[in-house]
Every structure is written in C-alpha cells, then in structure tokens.
Ligand binder design. Structure first.
Ligand code: ADP
Ligand code: ZN
Length: 438
C-alpha cells in the first residue's frame, strides 16, 4: 500500500452492523418487489407464473422465490419496456458497450444518477481520493458507463476532474504530468499501455504525482496488478460494475486490496451455481447475481451477470463491513469450449505472466477444420528473448507450450512475436478471435 489515508465516504452505510444491513436490505427488497410487480408487466407475469405474490417476499432469504432476469430480457424489452416509472422521469440513458452482442440500454432517474454517483464516490475515497486530488478520467465517455461514472464520483468527492476520455495516450501522459494528476481510471489493459508508454518514452516517474488508479470494466489478475503498480508506482485498485445495475461502483476495492466491497445498501448480491441456478453459500465460487433495491428507473430482480466470483462476509481491515467480492475470475460467456475443454482467456494470461521473458500480451485464435478445433496463441516476448539464438527461442516456445498444456489441459500452437507487435487497447481488451462457425 503506497498510501495510508483510510477515509470512508459513508461510514453509516459502509460499516453497518451486518444484521442491521440485512434488515435494511429486506425492507428495501419488499418495497422494490411491490413496485416492480405493480409497474413492470414482465415481472408481474413472471411472478404470477411462479405463483409468487409480492407479500410472499419478506426477507433477503426469500430472494430465491423470485424469477431471474438475464441480458436477453433487456433486448426483448428494449428500449423502455422494463422501466418502472413514466418515461419523463428518466434523465439519463446509458448503454452497454456491446462486448457480447446487441447493445442494451438502461434508464436512470435523477435519484438513480445520484445513487450511482454516491457509489463511485465511495470507491474513489476507498482508493485514497479526496478534494486535494486531481483525477484523470481515461475511460471512454458516452453510452459506456465508465467515463461519466468516474467523472460524477470524482466530482462528488471534490477532486479536480480531468475528463480526457480514452485514447491519444501521449496526450494523456502529458496531461498527467503537467496537471500533477494523482489518480486516474481506465481499463487495466489501458493502464498497462499507459505505463509501458511512459517507460518507453524514457520519462521519470518522479516528474509525476500519481498515487492510485481505479481500474475495471474487464477481468484482470493479481500478476497484472503487480505489473501496473511497478510500471507506475501506484496502488492499482479494482472497480466493478455493469450498465444494467448502475455502472462502475457496484463494488469497489479499498487499499487493502483484498476483494471489492459491494454497496449492499443499494444492491443485494448472490452467488449461484451457473448451471442449476441454486444459491451458493459464502465462499463458494459461482455466478454473481444482483438485485437492485434502491433503483427507480429500471429496477432489476436477480440479474444474472455471467461473471464468476466468490463472496467474503468478514469485516475488512479498513473497517468496512460490506461483503467483498473476489476479483472476477472470468465470464461464463467468455468461456470457450475447445475440444470439449473449458478454456478461459484469463488462464492463458496467468500462465504467461508467470514466465519470465513473456509479456502479458497475447492473441488467441481458434479455428475449426472439419470437426477438429485447434488454437494458436501469439505471445509477445521481450527483446532479450526475441534476440536470442534460434535454438533457444525454440526451447522457450516449447516451454510455453508445455506450461499452457498443463494449465489448460489442451495443447495449443504457440507463436512467439516481438514485443509491442500485438494490438493495444484503449478500452476493453479483445484477445480472442474465434473463427469457428458454431
Ligand atoms: P458489456 O461488456 O456486456 O457490453 P458493460 O460495459 O456494462 O457491458 O460491462 C459490464 C461487464 O464488464 C461486467 O459484467 C463484467 O463482465 C465486466 N467488468 C466490469 N468491471 C469489471 C472488473 N472490475 N473486473 C472484471 N470484469 C469487469
Ligand atoms: Zn476494505
């Protein structure tokens, strides 16, 4: 931890006794269920179908009787079919970046924007931010929630906000330096790119005042965290969210870097078995499911994220009592099934970041010839390795192939490429090309 300031934005909500929090959640859940039953035809029909009446839902434990919501529902009722308020009360539309197909949108009332802002303000504070900070927003602005989300939250804590949006890396860096930027936010892959660019330009970190970054919108690993922290001499913290629920700030990490605190006064989080959809106890790995309990515009019950994680209800060293979710271990719809084996791109990254000489940049291509799948992984290696003799290079390649095989349970063709030759990403990274016609 680079900093010691351990401020908490809203101790009342972030450090509440867990029993009390449960009561608050139960009360808000009852109110939400009643409201969606009365105002959203889809929910009324689904609850009727299951034979559940709003008055059957008394506490958080009764969540299991409620229907799930999933992304296709948002497409089916696009754009306004799931609103629980008249359209003229909506003051903002945000949309999904469309990582997984057709875009979806969510409508926010003025209060929803305020709640979202509060959640991000908590995260910025947890990352050490306050009025004395200069926060550069390098997430994209627009329908994507990253840019405006961090903008609003950082403004709320009183920081000086630099709304750069993503892209134009050299200009980002020049601005960081001349304005004395102390914090920034973007995807972890873009943070790595910013760090590498500063290093490659031969600039001295002493000329910067950077102390922390709030990074999210895509999965990353502990190894990547270490790398970003070393490149930029900062605390790199995780921030999680999705458009459907609020945007970034649904859960945010504190400086102890041991999972993201979920804003439980606004959402109820569950972990379910992604196949049976049975709720799982704390500590077990499964799919994150969120129910909003303060949202007016588009409240969602049991929204399936397809993101895999684990929950930890222990009180954190920072003093917050809100349940923590472990960093996202993958997304069920990111999972590739290759020759019957489940492969997550994050496994490939982990293998590579553990091999000295490999850069954490890769590109996976999956092909199908006849009925057989094959995969090729292009791997960036550093200049020292790349400049080595052909014999050594071949040895190195074989080693990666072996380690990949033991980690994935599947063999892949490995192709070594020069450092900096694979694409870099300003937003969410796209490292998989699946050419199979499934
Ligand atoms: P989409 O990517 O589906 O177009 P969003 O832009 O709303 O839509 O992104 C939400 C998704 O981004 C989450 O469901 C999750 O998969 C991913 N995500 C967001 N924050 C993080 C994070 N900190 N770690 C890992 N994944 C994240
Ligand atoms: Zn904490």
């Amino acid at each position: 931890m680079k900093q010691k300031a351990l401020k908490i934005w809203n101790p009342g909500m972030e450090c509440m006794d867990r029993e009390q929090m449960r009561d608050l959640q139960s009360a808000r859940l009852r109110e939400t269920v009643r409201r969606v039953y009365d105002n959203v035809p889809m929910y009324r029909a689904r609850m009727d179908e299951k034979g559940v009446k709003p008055e059957d839902i008394r506490t958080v434990d009764d969540l299991r009787y409620l229907p799930f919501t999933d992304k296709p529902d948002l497409r089916e009722y696009f754009p306004f079919g799931l609103l629980a308020v008249p359209k003229d009360r909506i003051v903002r539309i945000q949309g999904s970046s469309g990582t997984t197909g057709m875009p979806i949108v969510a409508g926010y009332t003025a209060k929803d924007v305020e709640t979202w802002t509060e959640m991000v303000a908590r995260g910025v504070t947890a990352a050490g931010g306050g009025p004395e900070d200069v926060v550069q927003v390098c997430y994209g602005y627009g329908l994507f929630t990253g840019g405006l989300g961090l903008h609003q939250g950082a403004t709320k804590v009183g920081a000086m906000v630099v709304p750069m949006s993503s892209g134009n890396t050299k200009r980002q860096i020049a601005m960081m330096k001349s304005l004395g930027v102390t914090m920034f936010g973007c995807t972890p892959s873009y943070a790595m790119h910013i760090g590498e660019t500063i290093r490659d330009m031969g600039m001295d970190l002493k000329d910067f005042r950077l102390k922390s970054a709030v990074l999210g919108a895509e999965p990353w690993s502990e190894n990547i965290r270490t790398r970003i922290e070393e490149l930029l001499d900062i605390d790199a913290l995780d921030i999680y969210g999705l458009t459907e629920i609020a945007g970034p700030g649904v859960a945010t990490e504190c400086l102890f870097k041991n999972g993201m605190h979920v804003n439980e006064d606004n959402v109820i989080v569950e972990i379910v078995n992604p196949e049976t959809l049975e709720p799982l106890p704390y500590g077990e790995k499964g799919e994150l499911v969120f129910s909003t309990i303060t949202k007016e515009g588009m409240p969602l019950l049991r929204y399936r994220t397809h993101d895999l994680s684990r929950l930890n209800p222990e009180k954190c060293e920072c003093g917050r009592t809100n349940v923590r979710m472990e960093r996202i271990m993958g997304r069920t719809d990111d999972m590739l099934i290759i020759r019957g084996v489940n492969v997550f791109p994050s496994q490939i990254e982990t293998v590579l970041t553990n091999i000295e000489g490999c850069e954490p940049h890769f590109m996976l291509t999956v092909e199908r010839t006849g009925t057989t799948d094959s995969m090729e992984i292009q791997v960036e290696v550093n200049d020292r390795i790349f400049g080595d003799t052909v014999g050594h290079l071949e040895q190195f390649r074989r080693r990666i192939r072996e380690e990949m095989k033991s980690a994935l349970g599947l063999s892949a063709e490995i192709k070594l490429v020069e450092a900096k030759s694979l694409p870099r990403f300003e937003g969410k990274a796209r490292r998989v090309v699946d050419n199979r016609k499934l």
